[in-house]
Design a protein around this ligand. Structure first.
Ligand code: C5P
Ligand code: MG
Length: 161
């Protein structure tokens, strides 16, 4: 008897807001007066999605695969991390079904960038755009995100085989 195995995985990330850094979300550079600090390009969305994929596979987390002390990953484009996770999905006989995600950031407004960010994530993971969702929320001016100190992203993915 054959059956379809369905797994989900979740991921979360946070980075500090910093001047003199680029704001890169889902592989898309958003023109803005500040960016996010980090060892890599600090793309919180791709980091959260990468952890969600690794979580579905129960293969640890992004830091285990790409230590942030390793000079190879200094200022690295985070798509490398997610591409690696997607290879692991295929190697284990799974296929990625969908990605859903939320970016929590006080400013700037991101909804005008939604189409571009979705297209970029879809291209990186090899899914059609209608299987990639990216949502945006403020933190209602409270807490570290709301006060403009940091930005967060959450992601959930489904894989099947
Ligand atoms: O956080 P809040 O519920 O006020 O967000 C309302 C809407 O504003 C969201 O549903 C989203 O479409 C948009 N938004 C955005 N960029 C952000 C935060 C929210 O476009 N940084
Ligand atoms: Mg990160």
């Amino acid at each position: 008897m054959s059956f379809t195995e369905i797994r989900t995985g979740q991921g979360w990330d946070v980075h500090r807001i910093a001047g003199g850094r680029k704001l890169i979300l889902g592989g898309v550079e958003i023109p803005w007066q500040f960016g996010l600090d980090g060892h890599s390009d600090a793309d919180i969305l791709l980091h959260a999605i990468t952890d969600a994929v690794l979580g579905a596979l129960a293969l640890g987390d992004i830091g285990e695969h790409f230590p942030n002390t390793d000079p190879r990953w200094k200022d690295a484009a985070s798509r490398k991390f997610l591409e690696h996770a997607v290879v692991l999905v295929k190697e284990r006989g799974f296929s990625l079904s969908n990605v859903d995600s939320t970016i929590i950031l006080e400013t700037p407004k991101l909804k005008d960038h939604r189409a571009k960010i979705r297209a970029s994530v879809a291209e990186i993971v090899g899914l059609p755009i209608d299987r990639v969702s990216v949502k945006f929320k403020t933190a209602e001016a409270v807490g570290p995100v709301g006060l403009g100190f940091s930005a967060e992203a959450q992601a959930i993915v489904t894989i099947t085989r």
